[in-house]
Design a binder for this molecule. Sequence first.
Ligand SMILES: [Zn+2]
Length: 396
Amino acid sequence: MTLLDRFLKYVKIETTALEEKDDACSNDKILNLTNVMLRELQALNPSEITVNQYGQVDAKFPGDESKDAVAFLAHMDTSNQASGKDVNPIITEYQGGDIPLQEGMVLSPKDFPSLNHSVGHRVIHTDGNTLLGGDDKAGMAIIMTALSEILEKKENHRPLEIIMTTDEEIGADARHVSMGIVNAKYGYTVDGGDYRYVSIESFTAYAMEVKVTGKSIHPGSAKDKLVNAGNVLIHFQNALPEFLRPEDTDGKEPFFHLCNFQGCEDHAEASYIIRSFDEVQIQEMIKLAKLTARRINDRLGYEAIVLDIKEQYHNMKVILDQYPQIQKEINDIYAKFGMECRYEAIRGGTTGSQLSFMGLPTPNLGTGDYNMHGKYEYVDYDEMEAMVKVVKEMMR
Ligand SMILES: [Zn+2]
């Protein structure tokens, strides 16, 4: 099977991630792809292959023991922000200009300038009714193609571990990886966009829930007695730094993001996410939020605001810096193929942000997939082919 065959086969299987479940995969349909992976990996004679209760597959292929075992990871589920049912992939030899999709829709370099890099390449897109699912079936196809080419030609390779995960799109995949059986010393998620970008740095992330209890009194006799929970919450929000919001920050700047806000005079609540690339800075931000709540409470004379702040994930750079050989390997291989390699601090998290702290340092590689999670999603097939070469070299 070629890279193209694999990719077209995987995207036609509906694998939309739904609501997280404690003991199973979010959508039974994803298991159809799990079964395809099981068959394809089994055919390559792994020394060990397991499927866990979440439908995640782990397959091991013994290799040269003098080299570090390495894992390659991709996720089988797709985003629920657009339909992933009846995906109709269309291959266009792209010569520039607009690509017509369904009635009234065009994939245009005016809207998506990244298309300008794909002139002269094969572009695979949808008919405009669904997402494509290149996130992350492009990664799956790249890994499976690299693996089968190495094994079928009986080339020397390192001990390899292939991990196909589920429920990445709802943030559950890393937690569901059976870390107890993972042998690899480090890994790569193949789950990015532009193939030139490698992510070794991610946000450090906390979630903050704010609960406000007011003192509700009939407004006609409220003078000096009413504490309106809604107003207290607005006060808290306004007291946080106005320009540390996602809409005003970029690059390595941190933010407080208000994601949900509701309430009445009696009670109000809000959810925030707090993000920074710096562990010290994010602790300062948390202190600032706590101080703000305390000052407001002091003025009101009771615990009107209660904060619940939870750790989510950390900047994987803290861990990856302890493994300089990984970055050297990446640099050497991209240079060998004359490929530009740009390190990107992603303003988000990856599966690797969590796995790196669970014992598997895991940077992220690009796949050539663009406009993820929507109907304008496309892959640059030439970029996918280039990534097969990169992954094969890493496997060797
Ligand atoms: Zn993805």
